[in-house]
Write a protein that binds this ligand. Sequence first.
Ligand code: CA
Length: 227
Amino acid sequence: MPAATRVLLVEDDRDLAAALRLELGHARYDVRIEGDGPRALRAHQEWAPDLILLDLGLPSLDGIEVCRRLRAASPAPILIVTARGAVEERVRGLDAGADDYLVKPFSLEELLARVRSALRRSARHEQGERLRVGELMLDAAAHTVSLAGQPVELTPREFALLEFLMRHRGRALGRQTLLTEVWGYDFLGGSNVIDVYVGYLRQKLAAAGEPPRIETVRGVGYALREP
Ligand code: CA
């Protein structure tokens, strides 16, 4: 039997931590709880978790800073957990390298779904998967993109958007799907953000050569066409 997936739970609310440990345990995850940032950083070194659930409201070291340090030290996906309403905090968390976030109170089903989804994405990256559409190449593990051999510099969010388009090439993808899958949450700026990022991608790719076309599908969203 393969070793259980290790989840590091960084949460100072003991009751919530204990409840989550129980539920994650039922789902066959191996859970370790730490109540503050410095302990979490040490635990991460000793234990090498496969995924980190990080509460942002922590004593001693600010959760955002903990996120930044964990990100610098670990390839494991980080899901931040935060209180409702703290929109800015969520955005800061994502900017600090978190992969996704959950808003308290959340349902157990949602937590487990997000955990599974983050682990799937991370497994694909570990396998060093390369995607190719025409002359456009994306290396998920190395986090690089090239067009006809020329490197293309993308921001993390542009990269994630392009990866999703390439993975589902030839299919019309709705804006809501792109938001949920690429941004991982309901972005408050609305689906306009997709149009803005598609614009960035088109510009950067066109500047690098002759990329496959990111087509606007009226009333739906976008599709990456095979050349
Ligand atoms: Ca807390």
